[in-house]
Design a protein. Structure first.
Ligand code: BGC
Length: 965
């Protein structure tokens, strides 16, 4: 299969409507890319049906043959990681672009950025805000804006052109834009408002009517709430964001959203209306007693209207607004679900004209202490829809829909019946053997939606301020069998763009990778959560710490993680402890802070963001917090063994000792707490040292790297014997020590052997938990035991990923044996079917089967490593990853003893390529000996069984003899 066929074939499972459309769009764009000048005409022709795809492909081929492919093209313009951010409060936003070229070795030698205050100026090449002129530089990402000072409400239009290796310029890119938000506290004229009764339960409706006596030129709404809000103007919903403002450390920071609402306003009478529910701000959050942050919902809106006659009109929340709690959303909680009484709908509530009865003036509040900040991450949105695959009736009148996929979001219901009929939807991940819902594992999260019909024919419902983890939905109360299409499931999560696509010849691995992706979709709700269904759904830091690189391969998470790392900093305890979860809705100083591996996410995750996106600004913002965390541990543990101040020892959570199975060893999986904690201490100290190095903070670099060295020495002295045995003799201990490079070089092979023996002792299985499973896999491969790693990946016996698959998993389970056919469920007190931590093995697949690896030598994929491994029985793999520098791909297959590797290295980047072979001299690229091919340099291989090349940008086709396994 060639590169161009893949995108249409790899999304084959599930009803991933949006994903498939995206893939087709990607395919279309890829086809169009070579001849941008024709694109407008062809887009139009395609959409009007004048030109079929086949004809188009022919045209494309002809154009390419005719040599129309531009040598250099600039595309993918992003500002602060987003396509067209609105309402930013960043003084010097960072710009990135990507370069496309058909030429090998293409790279940027200079760039020019123009930023203009109007589209016309930009079109006329007048960069009145910023014109860099040609800048001799190869920097094409994270270019900090350096033009005229950006002020509130400014609109900025920009484009870029680059010069290539031979000095020729590209054309200007297509234009992109960003807008500024309200930068100074004084810009906010709006006041926070609440319902006079300040009732916590029913959602509050707010409303205000006003007149506009001229045509609207432009209107912008700056809006947020405490609780969750939906804004409507003149009867229409504003934007597509859901569950806004997303969970932040609300006592410190509340994100506001900026919406262009020009098209929703009219000359004459207008109505602004909002409904505000509890969300994360109020109500129950895990075990936290009382309201997490506040007791009643609040709302804030500033609408700025520019009229055609040049006047400006400001409509803000404050006196003059009305509210009621008599709206249809009677109750809504993140865990609880929503109760919606359609009989209380009033069609006039969000339209101008007569005031509906029963509304009262709002209460105007003092501003909360939290800072208002822009929403820097992709909003939560519907990203796809699933249709049910079956409908059963396990008990009379009880109907269970199966969506065929464990997922997160909610259902749109179509129902009809007499007024007052309550149709109830219950959501569950699994069913009991009798087909009824299994809900015990939801613990205190009922996730039940109740819709009370108005009695007006077919009615349509969707909840607003909740979300559910489910594959099965039970419908009761309608009084008759529903149709299969009564429900459609909406997939909802932070809409970070998907970045990675992977497929290989082993269907089980493909299913595993799909399950990992679905689990990721399920756990991105403004912050990275542990699970999406039970009464928890917290930003547990240990889980994302383990999963972060897999997550980054799957999606572009730069903006999402930058937002969340601010939550982490906001909730750092005063003594330097990072929280165990962020946001931390309790008091981080009092507890649930400072746990080894969990709090260490405060160091490890920003480093990952740096490795993948070269985000040095994030490191600079985060450095002090990271340093304070290390200082805290050190202060309490001058001997450098982390014995004191560990907070909660979650240890290597869910390691083998948690498994209760006949013949399974009851002990031997759990690594001693001090070994576990000290490993993370050494690793985090090392990373803080490296952060300091990147930031040019030389003294601190020396200090923290020196500290890390001393911790390693203390670790070896206290825990490691001269023959490489680590205290506890656990798989986990070896995985940590190897992965964090804690051991002297001579002990590495010995420790690796102990790891392998440890696996043998468990009859070829892992006894590791969520912090060491993926690390054991990496180190097996790194230390020359890839066959063992492969065997673990493909095991079907318990505990293994294959065992989950064989027992029906469509997402990653919290426990290896969450459910076993014939045996039933694990302990319902902790048995999520949508937990990503064991899915961190995705990183191993990306790094070793796809073979794509970021490299600290060129963060942000300026330089990267392609290193696929030959695994027994695996015939082919193909993967692509949209790096910040552009799309990378790696596609290989083994044919009659020949390893054929096709790769794509984006312009302006370089890569190290390791081609698996026993005969380096026989490796070819195209028709030439690889070492002599253009764009390639042979290196002395440090990897046995692989030929090492350094390659410039471009596409390459390597062939090499491999011994068949
Ligand atoms: C979560 C875990 C989390 C842990 C802390 C659990 O309830 O679901 O994934 O890391 O608590 O040990």
């Amino acid at each position: 299969m060639s590169f161009t066929d893949w995108s249409v074939t790899w999304t084959t499972s599930n009803a991933e409507v949006n994903s498939r459309e995206k893939a087709q769009e990607a395919q279309r764009i890829r086809l169009f890319a070579p001849f941008a000048p024709l694109r407008g005409y062809l887009d139009c022709a395609l959409s009007s049906g004048l030109l079929c795809k086949a004809t188009f492909s022919l045209l494309a081929a002809t154009a390419l043959l005719a040599g129309n492919a531009p040598a250099l093209e600039v595309t993918g313009l992003r500002c602060e990681y987003l396509d067209a951010p609105r309402g930013m409060d960043v003084a010097q936003p960072r710009l990135s672009w990507q370069i496309r070229s058909g030429r090998r070795g293409e790279r940027q030698t200079a760039y020019q950025v123009l930023v203009a205050s109007t589209e016309t100026r930009l079109r006329n090449n007048q960069g009145d805000l910023w014109d860099t002129g040609p800048v001799a530089s190869d920097q094409s990402i994270q270019v900090a804006y350096g033009g005229r000072a950006l002020v509130s409400r400014m609109r900025c239009h920009w484009k870029v052109r680059v010069w290539g290796r031979n000095g020729a310029a590209s054309s200007w890119s297509a234009p992109a834009s960003w807008t500024m938000g309200l930068l100074a506290p004084d810009d906010w004229q709006a006041k926070w408002i609440a319902d006079a009764a300040q009732a916590p339960k029913p959602a509050v409706l707010f409303r205000k009517t006003f007149e506009l006596d001229s045509r609207v030129e432009r209107a912008t709404a700056y809006v947020t709430g405490l609780g969750l809000y939906e804004l409507r103007i003149n009867g229409r919903r504003v934007g597509e964001n859901l569950l806004a403002p997303e969970w932040t450390s609300y006592s410190n920071r509340v994100q506001y959203q900026t919406c262009d609402v020009t098209g929703l306003l009219q000359r004459g009478a207008n109505a602004l209306a909002a409904v505000v529910g509890q969300g994360w701000f109020m109500g129950r959050l895990m075990g936290i007693a009382g309201d997490a942050y506040g007791a009643f919902p609040r709302f804030l809106l500033q609408l700025e209207v520019e009229l055609a006659d040049g006047r400006r009109q400001l409509i803000v929340t404050g006196p003059g607004w009305q509210s009621t709690t008599e709206g249809p959303i009677r109750a809504a909680g993140i865990y609880d679900g929503e109760t919606y009484d359609a009989r209380l709908e009033n069609a006039r509530w969000d339209t101008p004209g007569l005031e509906p009865p029963g509304w009262k003036p709002v209460r105007v509040l003092e501003p909360p202490p939290a800072r208002l900040v822009w929403q820097r991450n992709e909003p939560i949105r519907v990203t796809g829809e699933l249709k049910p695959v079956s409908l059963a009736e396990p008990k009379p009148g009880v109907y269970v829909f199966d969506f065929g996929q464990n997922m997160v979001g909610w259902c749109r219901l179509k129902a009809s019946g007499a007024a007052g009929t309550t149709v109830t939807l219950r959501h569950a991940e699994m069913t009991n053997e009798d087909g009824t819902l299994y809900t015990a594992n939801l613990r205190g999260a009922p996730q039940v939606d109740r819709f009370i019909l108005r009695g007006a024919g077919e009615e349509t419902f969707e909840p607003h301020f909740t979300y559910h983890g489910f594959r099965y939905v039970e419908l009761t109360g309608q009084g008759r069998r529903p149709r299969l299409d009564s429900l459609v499931a909406k997939v909802i999560h932070s809409a970070a763009p998907e970045a990675g696509r992977f497929e290989c010849s082993d269907p089980a691995i493909n299913q595993l990778m799909r399950n990992i992706l679905w689990t990721q979709r399920a756990n991105l709700m403004g912050c990275p959560t542990d699970c999406p269904q039970r009464d928890e759904r917290f930003g547990w830091m240990g889980d994302i710490q383990a999963f972060s690189q897999t997550a980054i391969f799957n999606m572009n998470l730069a903006a999402f993680l930058a937002k969340w790392l601010q939550d982490v900093r906001d909730d750092q305890a005063a003594d330097g402890r990072f929280p165990d979860y962020a946001p931390h809705p309790g008091d981080p100083n009092a507890g649930a802070s400072g746990a080894p591996a969990w709090a260490d996410a405060g160091v490890i995750v920003p480093w990952r963001v740096y490795q993948n996106y070269a985000d040095t600004r994030l490191l600079a913002d985060h450095f002090d917090a990271a340093r304070r965390w290390i200082d805290y541990i050190r202060r309490l543990n001058p001997e450098l063994i982390w014995a004191k101040g560990r907070g909660n020892d979650y240890n290597d959570w869910l390691n083998g000792d948690w498994i209760k199975q006949k013949d399974w060893p009851p002990k031997g999986g759990s690594v001693p707490n001090e070994v576990f904690a000290t490993s993370f201490f050494a690793h985090s100290a090392e990373l803080v040292g490296r952060m300091a190095e990147v930031l040019g903070r030389k003294d601190e670099a020396l200090r923290y790297r020196g500290l890390a060295e001393k911790i390693r020495t203390a670790f070896n002295e206290k825990f490691v014997t001269p023959d490489g045995r680590i205290q506890g003799d656990t798989q986990a201990g070896y995985a940590l020590a190897l992965d964090f490079d804690l051991l002297p070089p001579e002990l590495r092979p010995k420790a690796a052997l102990r790891l392998v023996e440890g696996i043998r002792n468990y009859h070829g299985h892992l006894s590791t938990g969520i912090q060491t499973t993926h690390r054991a896999m990496f180190e097996l491969t790194r230390c020359g035991y890839n066959d063992t790693a492969w065997q673990l990946l493909t095991n079907r016996t318990f505990p293994s990923w294959g065992y989950m698959l064989d027992n029906g998993a469509t997402t990653i389970w919290e426990r290896w044996d969450g459910y076993v056919k014939g045996r039933g469920f694990q302990d319902p007190g902790m048995n999520s079917f949508n937990h990503w931590a064991f899915g961190a093995v995705g990183e191993w697949v990306w790094r070793n089967i796809a073979g794509i690896n970021p490299d600290d030598a060129g963060p942000g994929y300026k330089h990267f490593v392609i290193h696929p491994r030959v695994c027994p029985g695996l015939a082919w793999a193909r993967a692509s990853y949209d790096s910040i520098h552009g799309p990378i791909s790696s596609e290989w297959r083994i044919e009659r003893g020949t390893f054929k590797l096709n790769i794509r290295v984006p312009p302006n980047t370089t890569a190290s390529v390791f081609v698996p072979t026993a005969e380096p001299d026989a490796v070819t690229e195209g028709r030439t000996q690889a070492a002599n091919a253009p764009g390639i340099e042979l290196r002395r291989s440090t990897e046995p069984g692989a030929a090492h090349y350094e390659v410039q940008s471009g596409r390459y086709s390597f062939s090499a003899p491999v011994p068949s396994l």
